[in-house]
Design a protein around this ligand. Structure first.
Ligand SMILES: Nc1nc2c(c(=O)[nH]1)N[C@H]1C(S)=C(S)[C@@H](COP(=O)(O)OP(=O)(O)OC[C@H]3O[C@@H](n4cnc5c(=O)[nH]c(N)nc54)[C@H](O)[C@@H]3O)O[C@H]1N2
Ligand SMILES: Nc1nc2c(c(=O)[nH]1)N[C@H]1C(S)=C(S)[C@@H](COP(=O)(O)OP(=O)(O)OC[C@H]3O[C@@H](n4cnc5c(=O)[nH]c(N)nc54)[C@H](O)[C@@H]3O)O[C@H]1N2
Ligand SMILES: [Mo]
Length: 765
């Protein structure tokens, strides 16, 4: 495949004509236009399927609740292209390994169960029952249940992931590495420590009531396009929107609503952000500390003048613990430290603080720019600290909003996909299913990969996802997968993980969210949970491309039945009728009483959030201020000239590459680019378009390098770089993880760059 590459600035607003055009192009391109249009029209409506694109909520009001990137996700899944054993007979695994990620997924849907033949290096067809029997044979041959790793990617339904964790725990392990370990772990952990619940506290309609919204480290124009509508409406209602983003992101600057025809016709693009601050990578904790320092100064001045102060003192007294220790820490933090680490001036932070001060109701949102650093957990807690000062919790138009990634990643955790399960969850499962679940903590994703590298993993099952490409340190992750006794991938499309098979390997082809799921008792629906703790039904409508595919739920039941038999649970009956699974969920998890009846509610039901009702499940029973010191420096002794963040382009869904354009950033037909500040470029004696090598500066003697990345001068602070994930995953060391989160530090990789001398083996595009 040939692509014309170009860099040209994008002048229009995000979300306007360009996005409508792109949507239409994807719908037409998928050669299945009618079905796709019908799918789009039913997406996120009260009846229909949940958009697999992201975890933003739905208002069920607009006629077309979809966005350009949701449309891509749907049409990508609904393709008529497919591959079966004949394709694999033609292409060996090592040949396919040479191809790009784009090429792999572009081949279309997987339709048959496949087994790797190490003698021939080809995948071959296998019957479903034989595949299940092979898995059972490997699991039964393990010395210990902890020799199994059960990975989950956040698209899996509540029903499939619930049964998956019951299966794992009945087998005897808590090894549930998941995509969340690489994503919002810091949000869950930070919120849990601060307010006792690891989820956001707001409803979608709180955006309409907020006076100020602080958006930290996220790119909604690409990754949560429907959030732009909420921001836009908020701005129309007079809310101030303050953005903290290292890059200038088009979607946060200007936005036109493609679902409002008039606005698209007259390019009345509004400016979304009142203030747009560009901190250094990892500089947000310092920035918030600076805001808090400015606010505390004003507060004390007011008190000295006999006024009330600017904080919500009655909220603080009644609901929180530890404010004094945090104030002491703020006093200990110097402005020099704050401005140096954040890269923002004292004046900028005072301005941001004054927006916060003037707002009665404040929402803070965040995503990967906050969670993929070493000190992410403390940064999330610093955001909570700020919100607690103003009592911005438990009232309309205010609160905390981690904007989740995968469409059901939040639901997966609710369902018990958790390598560190609470005693309450285990007790409940033990009582209901009458078995003794393992109490020892399991592995997160990075720990699972380390165990594979130590040859301790006999069986890896992956319920979706693409571990080989999504996890850090690609060469080591690929080696890790190859060291497993058996790898089993439950997947919709071909991806890199299938091409680094374990000693034995299976690919099990599954139905997607958009497809009709017929079982013995009739057509099934599944349920998902969005970023706002709304649980709702999702029912696929497209006809599956092959009757040899199975639903994720049916596959999990098939595996469990082969391994555990029917002694504790009739797995096959559960696969016949998902209502029975929901009855088990209702009986074991809080908030799911009358689950099946609740699913009838249009728009779904709210799971509730104790912290939003000012009930705090913390040791003191109050919201806990965190008094963590600002890190002295972000990289200690390493002394790297640049910090690199690895991020998403507009034409990708994580490791799925839809196309080679990144329209809002003006990049076309290519992905191996490096965004850099123009002054840094000049200082290095490099020019726009030059090719460079990027090499990690780390402390373990391993060389981590990628070659031939094209330089793109960009509006980014000096010393900071950006390049796309997953091409730069080889640069992220497995041992570089967040404190208390284990999340790879994908947004702060210490690197140096040099002119490329020769480009080694590039993958075929
Ligand atoms: N179309 C599409 N939608 C998606 C996805 C996708 O790949 N494609 N992925 C889904 C998933 S799993 C997730 S987790 C989300 C991800 O959603 P995002 O978090 O928006 O994803 P990234 O592309 O990683 O973007 C990180 C953003 O944070 C900024 N940033 C990086 N580091 C810092 C920092 O230290 N400070 C500040 N202030 N800003 C920083 C970057 O410039 C960039 O704008 O999106 C979900 N939705
Ligand atoms: N360097 C760097 N690395 C990162 C990140 C980063 O920002 N930078 N982000 C991290 C984040 S936030 C995340 S969430 C992870 C994502 O990690 P993963 O969730 O593991 O990766 P995805 O690319 O979302 O998985 C795509 C694959 O899932 C399969 N699939 C798609 N739909 C379905 C379905 O309905 N069912 C099943 N069973 N399979 C399906 C397809 O085969 C497809 O190839 O990556 C992380 N890795
Ligand atoms: Mo994510």
């Amino acid at each position: 495949m040939k692509f014309k590459s170009a860099i040209k600035p994008y002048h229009a607003a995000a979300g306007g004509w360009g996005s409508l055009e792109a949507t239409t192009r994807f719908v037409i391109d998928s050669k299945h236009a009618l079905k796709n249009l019908r799918n789009l029209m039913r997406m996120n409506k009260a009846k229909g399927f949940d958009c697999p694109g992201c975890a933003w909520g739905d208002d069920n009001k607009s006629t077309f609740s979809f966005c350009e990137n949701g449309a891509k996700a749907v049409t990508w899944e609904a393709t008529r292209r497919f591959i079966d054993h004949e394709f694999f007979a033609q292409h060996s695994v090592s040949k396919l390994y040479q191809q790009s990620d784009y090429f792999l997924e572009y081949q279309g849907r997987l339709t048959e169960p496949l087994r790797y033949n190490p003698q021939t290096d080809h995948y071959e067809a296998i019957r479903w029952d034989d595949a299940f029997a092979l898995i059972a044979q490997h699991i039964k041959a393990m010395d210990h249940p902890d020799q199994m790793e059960l990975y989950t990617s956040g698209r899996a339904s509540n029903e499939a992931s619930y049964l998956y964790q019951v299966f794992g725990r009945m087998t005897g392990t808590n090894n549930f590495p998941d995509c969340s370990n690489m994503c919002h772990e810091a949000s869950g952990g930070g919120l849990k420590r601060s307010i006792g619940v690891g989820k956001g506290t707001i409803h979608l309609n709180d955006f309409d009531k907020a006076n100020a919204i602080f958006v930290f480290g996220q790119n909604p124009g690409t990754n949560h396009p429907r959030m732009l509508h909420s921001l836009r409406h908020a701005a129309e209602n007079g809310a101030q929107i303050v953005t903290f983003n290292t890059l200038r992101e088009r979607g946060l600057e200007r936005f036109a609503d493609p679902q409002k025809p008039l606005e698209v016709v007259t390019p009345l693009a509004g400016t979304i952000s009142t203030y747009y601050y560009q901190p250094n990578l990892g500089g947000d904790m310092a920035a918030i500390r600076g805001m808090a320092k400015a606010l505390l100064e004003t507060h004390r001045l007011q008190l000295a003048n006999g006024e009330n102060g600017i904080f919500d003192q009655s909220f603080i007294d009644k609901n929180t613990h530890g404010v004094e220790a945090w104030f002491a820490e703020i006093d200990n933090t110097t402005w020099t430290h704050i401005t140096h680490q954040s890269g923002l001036s004292e004046q900028q932070l005072r301005d941001a603080a004054s927006v916060w001060q003037q707002a009665k109701r404040v929402i803070c949102t965040w995503a990967m720019g906050i969670t993929q650093h070493k000190h992410s957990l403390n940064t999330v807690r610093e955001i909570v600290n700020l919100q607690l000062l103003g009592g911005h919790l438990g009232k309309p138009g205010a609160g905390l909003c981690p904007v989740r990634g995968h469409s059901n990643v939040q639901g997966n955790r609710t369902m018990g996909i958790d390598e560190k399960p609470s005693a309450a969850l285990l007790d409940s499962l033990a009582a209901h299913f009458d078995f003794e679940p393992p109490r020892k903590q399991g592995h997160n994703t990075v720990e699972a990969i380390a165990a594979m590298l130590r040859d301790e993993v006999k069986v890896l099952i992956a319920l979706g996802g693409n571990l080989a490409a999504a996890a850090p340190d690609s060469p080591r992750t690929e080696e890790a997968l190859q060291r497993c006794g058996l790898t089993v991938h439950i997947s919709t499309k071909l991806n890199r993980s299938h091409l680094v098979p374990g000693k034995a390997a299976l690919i099990l082809p599954t139905l997607g969210r958009t497809e009709e799921d017929m079982q013995a008792s009739g057509r099934q629906f599944i349920t998902v949970e969005d970023s706002f703790s709304m649980v709702h039904a999702s029912e696929g409508i497209g006809k599956p491309i092959a009757d040899t595919q199975r639903s994720e739920t049916a596959i999990v039941c098939g595996i469990a039945n082969a391994v555990l038999g029917q002694e504790k649970l009739n797995w096959l009956a559960l696969a016949d009728d998902y209502n029975l699974i929901r009855d088990h969920i209702a009986a074991t998890l809080p908030g799911f009483k009358d689950f099946n009846q609740q699913c009838e509610k249009p728009g779904g039901f709210y799971l509730g959030n104790a912290a939003a009702q000012l009930r705090f499940n913390t040791p003191t029973g109050k919201a806990e201020f965190s008094a963590a010191p600002l890190p002295d420096s972000l990289f200690g002794e390493l002394n790297a000239p640049f910090t690199l963040q690895t991020l998403r382009s507009h034409d990708q869904y994580n490791t799925t590459i839809y196309g080679l354009d990144d329209r809002y950033r003006g990049v076309y037909g290519q992905r191996e680019v490096l965004f850099i500040n123009a002054e840094d470029l000049a200082e290095l004696g490099l020019q726009d378009g030059d090719l460079v090598d990027i090499e990690t500066v780390w402390n373990d003697g391993i060389t981590r390098k990628v070659s031939g990345f094209k330089i793109v001068p960009y509006n980014i602070p000096r010393g900071n770089l950006a390049a796309y994930y997953p091409e730069t995953n080889p640069l992220v060391p497995l041992t570089s993880v967040g404190d208390d989160t284990g999340t790879p530090t994908s947004k702060s990789v210490p690197v140096k760059i040099s002119r490329t001398v020769s480009v080694e083996s590039q993958r075929i595009a």
